[in-house]
Write a protein of this length. Structure first.
Length: 185
């Protein structure tokens, strides 16, 4: 099984189990159709890579809020936002999943002026205005259910790299796919 070339393809799997007992002449047959569908893609916005996933299983973007972690302040902000926003977006298991979007313009059109209003422009040196849910989600600022906080710039950029060039890519999270944000520690 491999990538379908340009675009997206799906593969359904079937597994047939045959049971045979040496002491009988009967063979038990059990078809299984519970295996998930595998989706393979070569989407151009996935850095010209291809891959396959069980797309019916949502992804889990995990971040540590432990003291000294590379994204401690950002992770604490996301956890606070998950707890405080309606429907607890992205929180597992008590929230609604987030869904990736490749068009962040509507979310940024709402969050950028709100950042200026709350925190001024330019931002304090070494800090960025971060938003949750992320701009790259359908549940972002354009929905009106979002939060903002100043976080250290390196953490904001680090989470952005982890989300975009690692999590989305390695887990083949395509436009519209569901995922959760798991904050631990």
């Amino acid at each position: 099984m491999g990538s379908p070339g340009p675009g997206i393809g799906s593969h359904a799997h079937n597994l047939d189990l045959y049971f045979h007992s040496p002491s009988t002449t009967n063979v038990a047959y059990t078809p299984t159709d519970f295996l998930p569908v595998t989706r393979c893609d070569s989407e151009p916005y996935m850095n010209s890579t291809s891959g396959c996933v069980y797309s019916q299983v949502p992804g889990f973007f995990a971040l540590s809020a432990a003291p000294g972690s590379d994204v401690e302040d950002a992770a604490k902000f996301y956890r606070d936002a998950q707890d405080g926003l309606a429907n607890h977006p992205g929180r597992f298991p008590n929230g609604v999943p987030l869904h990736r979007t490749t068009d962040t313009s509507a979310n940024r059109a709402v969050s950028a002026p709100e950042c200026d209003r709350r925190f001024g422009s330019p931002r304090p040196s070494g800090y960025d205005c971060d938003e949750y849910p992320f701009a790259a989600t359908r549940e972002g600022a354009a929905t009106g259910n979002f939060d903002l906080r100043l976080v250290p710039s390196e953490q904001n950029k680090g989470v952005g790299r982890m989300l975009g060039s690692q999590f989305y890519l390695y887990n083949r999270i395509l436009d519209g796919d569901a995922f959760y944000v798991y904050i631990y520690n």
